[in-house]
Design a protein around this ligand. Sequence first.
Ligand code: NOJ
Length: 739
Amino acid sequence: MNKFLPLAAISLVLAVSCAGPARKEVRSSDRVESLLSKMTLDEKVGQLVLFTSDWSVTGPSMRQGYIDDIRAGRCGNIFNAYTAEYTRKLQEIAVNETRLGIPLLFGYDVIHGFRTVFPINLGISASWDIDAVEESARIAAREAAAAGLHWTFSPMCDICVEPRWGRVSEGAGEDPLLGSRISAAMTRGYQGGDLSDPSTVLACIKHYAAYGAPQAGRDYNTVDMSERWLREFYLPPYKAAVDAGALSVMASFNELDGVPATANYHLMQEILRDEWGFQGFVVTDYTGINEMVCHGYAADEADAGRLAINAGIDMDMQSAAFFNYLKEQVESGAVSRKTLDRAVRRVLNVKEALGLFDDPFRYCSEEREASETLTDANKAFARKLASESMVLLKNDGVLPLVKGEKVAVIGSLAASRDDLLGTWRAAGEVDKVPASILDAIREYNGAANVVYAEGCKEQGDDRSGFAAALAAAKRAKKVVMVIGENCHWSGEAASRSDIRIPGVQSELLEKIAATGKPVAVVLLNGRPLDLSAESETAGAILEAWYPGTMGGYAAADVLYGEYNPSGKLSITFPRNLGQVPVYHYAKNTGRPYVHPEAKYESRYLDVPNEPLYAFGHGLSYTSFDYSDITLSRPIFAENGSLTASVTVTNTGAVAGTETVQLYIRDLVGSVTRPVKQLKDFARVTLGPGASETVTFTIGRETLSFWRQDMTFGPEPGDFKLFIGGASDAVKEAEFDYAE
Ligand code: NOJ
């Protein structure tokens, strides 16, 4: 039974101190304050401890027996435990068997869906469909909350220009503006309008900060960049999620400027709380505290724990440093009581905002779990989002396929349902995936019109299936080869030093293409790959990412033109690893490469500077024509704005959706500016022959950046403006900004 009486109805009352908005202090409801006054030191520390259940772990288990710890009031938060039944069982222990009955908070990595699995986040971001992104988070929250979960470790807001890094699959790509719109949308989707609504879950902004920039793309590796670069390109998506109301943040594993994020006062206090006004709690990543010993930043685990809490960490995920040493540190004065209480208050405030003190069991609902999980509507939405996320990189006319035409399907990934789910699939299960890509093509085309040959596995050098694959290709009119990386090659601890397609898949592709049969490649993978070879041999390339529960059908929808592809890359695809990092907001340098034969210009001798597939690129089965840009005026001044319009016409024979992108260049600045930087975008759906005028508003905010004196704002001068369907296919105009 819940031991709390519903006292004050207020959940989070914020009082702004006299120091102004820079120093907001969280004050809690009477209920939280009264609870705090009754808590022993052990109980307080317990609220700052987050242990994994024994269901699944992604690192060492520092502590066995979490159930006993819950019972002793020494573990107030659990992750990796779900289902209404199991969370209820644990919650009953916390509520009924501990002295104060404080409810547990249950967290889990609900990253791209819970039971209904959506495409991996890099794929979702390629849809550029912000409403759909929000809806995917809403559905994930509804399914997760019904299974007893209160908290998802998402959105992942890490900007990344590093394809070697396995976790590039979990984010929204390279761009801060697109990344910010997505992190805000996901936060809204998870948390809804009211956190106490039992169909919403608490969002967790991660991995704060700049985890997506590990040196050499090796997971957990050192990060170092200027404060300006950090603020301009890396911090915006975290901030956007704070602004959207996210009430928890996860500190990242990496160091930044020599200080591990887990003990980084500048990040956690000065930027997150003082500048951005964040009001929730900060949790470490998995054993992030212990790892500061390996970083060489703390002498031992106790010291690491002290450094973490004093720098602004409120909750310790899995390191047991708070569990083992914090009480003693408070008693000795190494950590002040005020610091301890502040952290406890932040955690209790969020528990209260979730409504857990009113009803600790409101999230565990076997009934909702059965009725709201993997519904037909959720699956239909997942299918649509998966289609929207796919990017047609190349098409010489092989696609769309024609129903009833004999097709050879080749590749081990074609028959895999497991790989469709990708990394961090939460509670997604392979037996809930209704169709592999092969199954779906068979349904579309009639099984008799489909010949399948595995050809080769996605790894290894076994060529024994080549002959059968070539024979299959010869019997068919067209070939679909499903190749790429298996799902374990993406995600945490899945960095690669080679971003070409593994194994002998490309060799087989070359041989199949040499038969003269038109070949469409469907890619399953979670990172930008070096597709230089495949782009020469394949007639078409469809980037399908790991498309989720309904991914087999979604791929077939696109292949057969049932869904006209509309995805656009949210990250640049390089020609080879040597070009990395390559991204659309690069600077001009003092020696830009403009003269074809020049030697002493910023260029490579062996490849062009341009990537293979630029940011924003993505083809359709129709074509779009862009008019010249019309500006409402050639100049605007402070507090004013101008509009830039283009008319987009569908010049093909089928309806299609185009993402119209706006880029800007500030020609001269107090610090150098990117040659092109995304500033806005809009999706338009047009029937054949139809036109629509798309208008963007450019104001002070659009032109703002971190100036030389580290203030954020615009500078007067000349600007270029670009609008088009990809960062490398744009119309241009110019305007002035005056102050
Ligand atoms: C480690 C990962 O870095 C993080 O993203 C995840 O949320 C935690 N483990 C919990 O599983």
